[in-house]
Design a protein around this ligand. Structure first.
Ligand code: HEM
Length: 493
C-alpha cells in the first residue's frame, strides 16, 4: 500500500504537523504536558483526537509500523477499550526500546524487563492474572499492614518538627520502602542497594530522552548504561528468586507468593522469565503511583482547611492516635471520600495506554491495526454531566454519587483493572491516617505547582510543607498557590 493510501485510512482529526519539526513537535508537546496538550486537542477536535492529523506518530508501541497515536476520553470510550480485551493490547514498559531485545547478548534482558502483566495479552494475560490473584486478595494483603505501619512510623520518627519537608520526595521514599519490603522482603534502611532502588535507576535512565532517541549500545551513551542496569536488575532478581526457592522459609512477601503460586486446575506455575517480568512491573506500577496520590491528597487537604479539620476529627475519634487496624479502615468514611475525590480531581495515573491488535471503531472513527490509544481517565473524571463543578474538590459529593466503573475508574476497568487496587487503598489510608494524626502539614505559600509526567502525574518541582506537631491550625498555609495546578483544581483561596 502506498503512503498516500495509508494516510487516507487515518480519519481521526488532529493538528497538522508543522514544517521542519513535523510530527515530533506534537509528540514532544504531549510528552512535556500531556494534560495541557490533550485538553486543547479535545476542545478543538472532540473526544477522539489524533496527536497529528494523518497519523505517523509513535510514543509507546514497540511495533515499528505504528500508524499513529490517538487520545480519547469519556465513559463509552472507557467501556469500549476496557471490555474489548482482545482488541486493545498493552505493551512492555520499555515501550519502543523493546524493539532492541534481539540485537545482542547485552540487550536480551529487555525480553523480560517491564514485561509482566503489561507485556501479555488476551488468554495469556487472563491465565497469568489468575495465577497471581491470591497474592493480591484482600486476605492476602492484610498482613502487609504491619509493614506499612512500621515503615510509616520510622519515616515519621525521622521527620524534623517545625522544618520544611518536600513531600513529593518524602512520599517517594516511604512508598519505595513499603514496596521493597512487601514485594521483595527487603528494607532499604538495612540493605545495600536494594532491588527497588536499582529499578528506580533503570527507569530514570529509560526516561532520559536521549536513551530513546539514540538506542545504540556504545559505551558512554545512556542506552548503553540502560542495558547495563537492566542486566544488573535481571541478575539481582534471579539471585533473589533462587534464594527464596531454596530457603523455602515460609516468607510472605509478594514475590515468594508468586514463586509458589500454582493453578489449581492444571498445576501450572509462573516461569522464571515471567517472575522477573512481574516483579519489575508490580514494583513500578505500585510505588510511584501511590506516592503521587499521597502527595496530591496532602496538598489538596492543605488548601481545604475545613475538610482537613473534619478528617483529623474523624481519624482521632475512630483511631485515638493509633494506626488503623484492618477492621477500622472501613469506618473511616470521610477518608475514603477524600481519597476518591483526590484521585478524581488530579488523577495520579491519568492515562491508560493501549495498541490496537486489529482494525477497529472508536467513537465513530476507524482506527487502523497498531494504533496507539491513550485513554484519558483524567478527562473522563472531569465531565460536568457526571460531576457538577468538576474542578472543585468536594469530598461530600461521594455521599450520594454512585458512578459506573466506566465513569469513575482511577484504577482502570475490565480485565486490566489494577491488580494492586486493594493494596493501594490500604496503603493510602494507613499512611494518611498516621501522618495526619501526628503532624499538621502546612503548605509554604508562593510555590509554583506545575504538573509533570505521563505514566504518573506528579508536581514538577515538588511541594514544600512545614511539619508541625498536630496543633489544629488548619487554615495556616492555605492560599498562595501558583502554577498550572490551578487549571486542574479550583482552589478556594
Ligand atoms: C494509587 C495507586 C495506584 C493507582 C492510581 C493505580 C492505577 C492503575 C491503573 C489505572 C492501571 C491500568 C493501567 C493500564 O491498563 O494502562 C493499573 C494497572 C496495574 N497496577 Fe496499579 N495503581 C496503583 C497502585 C498499584 C499497586 C500498589 C500495585 C501493586 C502492588 C499496582 C500494580 C498494578 C499492575 C501489576 C497493573 C497491571 C494490571 C494488568 O495489566 O492486568 N498498582 N494501575
Amino acid at each position: 500500500m502506498t503512503a498516500l493510501a495509508e494516510q487516507r485510512q487515518w480519519t481521526v482529526p488532529g493538528p497538522p504537523s508543522l514544517p521542519i519539526v513535523g510530527r515530533k513537535l506534537n509528540v514532544a508537546r504531549f510528552g512535556v504536558d500531556s494534560i495541557g496538550f490533550s485538553s486543547q486537542l479535545f476542545q478543538t477536535y472532540g473526544p477522539v483526537a489524533a496527536l497529528t492529523a494523518g497519523g505517523g506518530t509513535n510514543l509507546y508501541s514497540p511495533d515499528s509500523n505504528c500508524p499513529g497515536t490517538v487520545v480519547a476520553y469519556g465513559p463509552d470510550i472507557v467501556r469500549d477499550v476496557a471490555t474489548q480485551h482482545h482488541v486493545y493490547h498493552k505493551c512492555p514498559l520499555s515501550g519502543t526500546l523493546y524493539r532492541q531485545r534481539n540485537q545482542s547478548d547485552r540487550s536480551k534482558a529487555l525480553k523480560t524487563f517491564g514485561v509482566g502483566l503489561f507485556g501479555v495479552n488476551e488468554e495469556n494475560h487472563i491465565q497469568q492474572r489468575k495465577l497471581m490473584a491470591p497474592a493480591f486478595h484482600k486476605q492476602g494483603i492484610n498482613h502487609y499492614r504491619e509493614d506499612m505501619v512500621a515503615i510509616t512510623q520510622s519515616e515519621l520518627d525521622a521527620l524534623q518538627v517545625d522544618q520544611s519537608c518536600e513531600i513529593g520526595q518524602f512520599m517517594q521514599r516511604l512508598t519505595l520502602r513499603i514496596a521493597t519490603q512487601t514485594l521483595f522482603g527487603e528494607d532499604i534502611n538495612t540493605s545495600d542497594q536494594t532491588v527497588g532502588e536499582l529499578l528506580q535507576e533503570v527507569i530514570s535512565t529509560q526516561l532520559s530522552p536521549l536513551t530513546r532517541l539514540l538506542p545504540v549500545d556504545i559505551p558512554g551513551l545512556p542506552f548503553s548504561d540502560y542495558l547495563t542496569l537492566v542486566t544488573k536488575y535481571e541478575q539481582k532478581i534471579q539471585k533473589i528468586i533462587a534464594q527464596k526457592r531454596s530457603a523455602d522459609s515460609g516468607e510472605i512477601d509478594m514475590l515468594s507468593m508468586l514463586i509458589h503460586a500454582r493453578d489449581q486446575d492444571n498445576g501450572q506455575q509462573l516461569t522464571e522469565e515471567e517472575l522477573i517480568g512481574h516483579a519489575g512491573v508490580i514494583f513500578l506500577a505500585g510505588h510511584e503511583t501511590t506516592a503521587n496520590t499521597l502527595t496530591w491528597t496532602l496538598f489538596l487537604l492543605s488548601q481545604h482547611p475545613q475538610v482537613y479539620a473534619d478528617l483529623v476529627d474523624e481519624l482521632e475519634s475512630v483511631l485515638q492516635g493509633e494506626p488503623p487496624t484492618v477492621e477500622q479502615l472501613s469506618q473511616l468514611e470521610l477518608l475514603d471520600r477524600i481519597i476518591k475525590e483526590s484521585m478524581r480531581v488530579v488523577a495520579a495515573v491519568p492515562w491508560n495506554g493501549r495498541v490496537t491488535s486489529q482494525e477497529t471503531e472508536l467513537g465513530g472513527y476507524t482506527l487502523p491495526k497498531g494504533t496507539e490509544v491513550f485513554l484519558s481517565l483524567y478527562h473522563t473524571h472531569q465531565i460536568p454531566d457526571l460531576y457538577r463543578e468538576p474542578k472543585a474538590f468536594k469530598p461530600e459529593r461521594w455521599e450520594t454519587l454512585t458512578p459506573s466503573i466506566y465513569e469513575f475508574s482511577p484504577f482502570s476497568a475490565g480485565p486490566r483493572l489494577c491488580i494492586g487496587a486493594a493494596f493501594a487503598q490500604m496503603e493510602l489510608k494507613v499512611v494518611l491516617a498516621m501522618l495526619l494524626q501526628r503532624f499538621r502539614w502546612e503548605f509554604l505559600p508562593g510555590q509554583v505547582i506545575d504538573r509533570k509526567g505521563l505514566i504518573s502525574l506528579k508536581p514538577k518541582s515538588g511541594i514544600n510543607m512545614k511539619v508541625h506537631l498536630q496543633d489544629y491550625q488548619f487554615s495556616d498555609g492555605s492560599g498562595g498557590v501558583q502554577g498550572n495546578i490551578n487549571e486542574m483544581v479550583q482552589l478556594p483561596y
